[in-house]
Write a protein that binds this ligand. Structure first.
Ligand SMILES: NC(=O)C1=CN([C@@H]2O[C@H](COP(=O)(O)OP(=O)(O)OC[C@H]3O[C@@H](n4cnc5c(N)ncnc54)[C@H](O)[C@@H]3O)[C@@H](O)[C@H]2O)[C@@H](O)CC1
Ligand SMILES: [K+]
Length: 227
């Protein structure tokens, strides 16, 4: 049985957990990163060269923490930012100052050919518009190379509520989604793009009087689709 949520509901639950309950945001980020690293380790992925693509919001902060945790395990990891880091959220900047001390290498340009596994931490539930054109191009190039991708929370470019593609979307082999399954990942196109979806609890709490807009799903249905 799976409780589905919209992007907005997930954001409300995150806010409640942080602002009302008092769970530090960095704890949620660390747990989200650990959940993804667990999936990386449990799968049969080639870990010779892991490329983490990180955005400027909290999804990107998860990505930086993932890069650090993989690096600490002795995995060859490179971290590439999509966008100008000077404009990143504070959560990203905090993670960045930590990884500098660890010595994680930040690469300026991604070489998808060299990567054996890509971690997609560019956009998550915060996506609210079409992707910038440059990013659309980059994503189309990455899809073309067909490297395995693990999406953090939501595949970048997929609208977490509608499952629609916002200009382009990075096709995932596996999506590790936090707290609750985003309803967009059960839609035809969103389901196809997210691959296998794994829901991981990272410590979010739901207010007692919270009313979910969607019913509990009896079974996970993700239809394959050709797009
Ligand atoms: N709220 C929290 O503190 C937590 C969030 N988590 C992660 O953070 C994600 C959500 O983070 P954010 O809310 O920061 O959002 P995202 O990291 O998904 O997106 C970052 C920001 O980009 C901007 N944006 C949206 N669409 C855009 C577009 N098309 N072009 C350019 N900029 C655009 C928005 O301002 C958005 O806030 C979740 O999916 C999850 O991975 C988890 O780490 C747990 C804790
Ligand atoms: K993502």
């Amino acid at each position: 049985m799976t409780q589905l949520v919209t992007a907005n509901e997930m954001q409300q639950i995150d806010q409640y957990t942080i602002d009302v309950i008092g769970m530090p945001q960095d704890v949620l980020i660390e747990r989200a990163a650990m959940a993804v690293v667990d999936v990386v380790g449990a799968g049969h992925f080639d870990l010779n060269h892991v490329l983490v693509l990180a955005g400027l919001g909290n999804n990107g902060a998860d990505g930086v923490a993932i890069a650090r945790l993989l690096y600490a395990q002795g995995i060859n990891v490179s971290l590439q930012f999509v966008g100008n880091v000077n404009r990143a959220k504070d959560s990203v900047k905090r993670q960045l100052s930590i990884i500098e001390a660890y010595g994680v290498v930040r690469s300026e340009k991604s070489d998808f050919n060299e990567a054996t596994l890509i971690i997609d931490a560019i956009f998550g539930v915060g996506l609210n518009n079409d992707l910038p054109e440059g990013l659309q191009k980059m994503i189309k190039a990455a899809n073309h190379i067909e490297k395995p991708v693990i999406a953090v929370d939501v595949p970048t470019g997929v609208d977490a509520t509608t499952g629609e593609v916002r200009g382009a979307a990075l096709k995932a082999h596996t999506t590790v989604t936090f707290g609750f399954k985003k309803v967009g990942l059960t839609k035809r196109v969103g389901g196809y793009l997210s691959g296998d979806t794994i829901v991981k609890d990272v410590g979010m709490l739901v207010p007692d009087d919270f009313e979910f807009s969607l019913p509990i799903m009896q079974a996970t249905v993700t239809e394959n689709a050709t797009i």
